[in-house]
Design a protein around this ligand. Structure first.
Ligand SMILES: NC(=O)c1ccc[n+]([C@@H]2O[C@H](COP(=O)([O-])OP(=O)(O)OC[C@H]3O[C@@H](n4cnc5c(N)ncnc54)[C@H](OP(=O)(O)O)[C@@H]3O)[C@@H](O)[C@H]2O)c1
Length: 301
């Protein structure tokens, strides 16, 4: 038998449950892994709430990214063999907050030795999002990149990517995260009322690219600091960004290989801030759902 966190109905965290099931079998194009670590994302709660649709078969396994060791390989999969160390995303309808998870082989890559399982678990969703959102508009070295929500799972990696590219990075986050944000090479600006004015104090000419990881009113308040509002790119709130003249992040297939390489060479640290056991997976979900974590939250079965 094998444990997995599921949601039994769409709605709040009261629908989450840690259950036991048979060890799953891989279908065509799939692999099964013994999960070593799984990253927790705001999307896990959004999925449970039904914000991505309500068509999943219930109970539905939770978790959208993981690292682990291959234990079974499905028909047609040639890239992986039993015993390989990998990182990737679950197959359709599957989840990674589990002792064993079914991954889609097409969205899985080999885990480089230099990356720990815990760090690797932050790559398939948060790492690739950080890569895509910082590459959709290409800046030149010396140009300015503002990140709203710079202290979260995506934000800390996005800020480091900006520093690697020699952009002038400005990270907006709450006061208690100043040191964490500054550790990426970014200039820290405190979030909340008056944030746009504080950004103008450090960038009076405005910024070349706004990367939004928060959305809503915070995005509306900060967007005017962009020199050109078409350079407002969001992972969190495409509707508001588009209304303001910007865009939602376009996800790419190449991001997984690219950001894995960048992390392998030590240029970006996934900044895992909190680790939970699978037995405490609901606490891990609550930490991320609270919306104010520092870095990435990871579950280790
Ligand atoms: N489209 C995609 O493929 C994709 C992929 C990954 C993530 N996302 C989305 O991107 C967003 C960020 O993801 P994440 O994993 O980085 O989330 P996260 O780890 O929860 O980080 C969000 C950060 O924003 C900060 N924040 C909250 N309110 C703020 C405000 N008003 N002003 C400035 N900062 C504020 C929070 O901390 P403090 O308030 O304490 O500073 C928190 O650290 C989520 O909406 C997620 O669903 C989308």
């Amino acid at each position: 038998m094998s444990k997995v966190l599921v949601f039994t109905d769409y709605g709040g965290p009261e629908h989450q449950e840690l259950i036991e099931r048979e060890v799953p079998e891989p279908g065509p194009g799939e692999i099964v892994i013994q999960v070593m670590a799984a990253g927790v994302n705001p999307a896990d709660a959004k999925m449970r709430q039904g914000l991505f649709g309500t068509k999943r078969t219930l109970p539905s396994p939770m978790g959208l990214e993981a690292s682990g060791i291959v234990t079974a390989v499905g028909e047609g999969v040639e890239a992986f063999a039993v015993g390989n160390e990998v990182l990737g995303s679950p197959a359709k309808g599957q989840g990674t907050f589990a002792e064993h998870a079914v991954l889609n082989a097409a969205t899985t890559v080999a885990k480089p030795e230099e990356i720990s399982f815990v760090d690797a678990a932050a790559i398939p969703v948060a790492g690739t999002a950080a890569y895509d959102v910082t590459h959709q508009v290409e800046l030149e070295p010396g140009q300015s990149l503002l990140i709203l929500g710079a202290d979260g799972g995506v934000g800390l990696m996005a800020a480091q990517i900006g520093t690697v590219h020699q952009y002038r990075v400005i990270g907006v986050a709450s006061a208690s995260k100043r040191e964490l944000v500054e550790s990426t090479g970014a200039t820290f600006v405190e979030s909340g009322d008056g944030a746009a004015d504080r950004v103008r104090e450090v960038a009076p000419e405005g910024v070349d690219l706004v990367v939004d990881l928060v959305g809503g009113q915070a995005l509306r308040d900060i967007a005017p600091v962009a020199k050109d509002t078409k350079n407002v790119i969001t992972t969190a709130d495409p509707a508001t960004a588009e209304e303001l003249g910007g865009a939602g992040v376009k996800r790419t297939q190449e991001a997984l290989e690219k950001i894995t390489g960048v992390i392998q060479y030590g240029l970006v640290d996934p900044n895992v801030g909190q680790r939970f056991s699978l037995a405490d997976a609901q606490e891990a979900m609550a930490a991320v759902e609270g919306g104010h974590t520092a870095g990435k939250v990871v579950i280790e079965p």
